[in-house]
Design a protein around this ligand. Sequence first.
Ligand code: SF4
Ligand code: SF4
Length: 204
Amino acid sequence: MKKFAVRNIRLCTKDCLCLYVCPTGATDTENSIIDIDKCTGCGDCAAACPSGAISLVPYDYPPQQKKSERVCSAVMNLAKNKAAEERTAENIASETDDKNLARLMKAVARSSRLVSEDLLREGGYMLPQSSISQDLLASLLENPSAFIPAENARKILESIKCNDRVEKGGKFRCSVCFHEFELEDGDEHICPMCHSSKDKLERL
Ligand code: SF4
Ligand code: SF4
């Protein structure tokens, strides 16, 4: 799989090993962003970095694994409860005069937020290239939120294309279970029998 290196600026302690080991000079840039036009994805910089600041990421994002409706529905219900819990804790924190209670409630709100985020990822919002995330981003163009303004949603949609929906329908065969089936334009690009992802399907 073709990859390139990215540097986490927060972890980087600057001016050390990756600058010397990179065979193409891709790490030595004015803005600290690794030059992907020069990067060959050899991984030498990531292996040399003492701070773990460099990761290798794929050029082509993998399709998201299919989640069952039952799992999605259960985690989304739990996520809604966690969101209500977060709001309640924030209200108590903002209304109380007791500093210790306020600190405790802020911690509860934060913890509820982190659990909600995990649940949403588990519910299928893990990858921006998945149809479920792309549908959410498209809905934000119509109804922007304070957390994700419409402009940001538009930029993500323009730069990351959905990779689990077929643009053009037709007949397919799954290379895992050998099931043959038809998909319409815009359908989810997965095997309806074993739920294998797009890369396992052959167009017939
Ligand atoms: S992966 Fe290789 S080519 Fe790319 S920046 Fe790191 S050392 Fe340089
Ligand atoms: S080796 Fe790691 S810490 Fe050092 S400059 Fe490179 S990215 Fe930063």
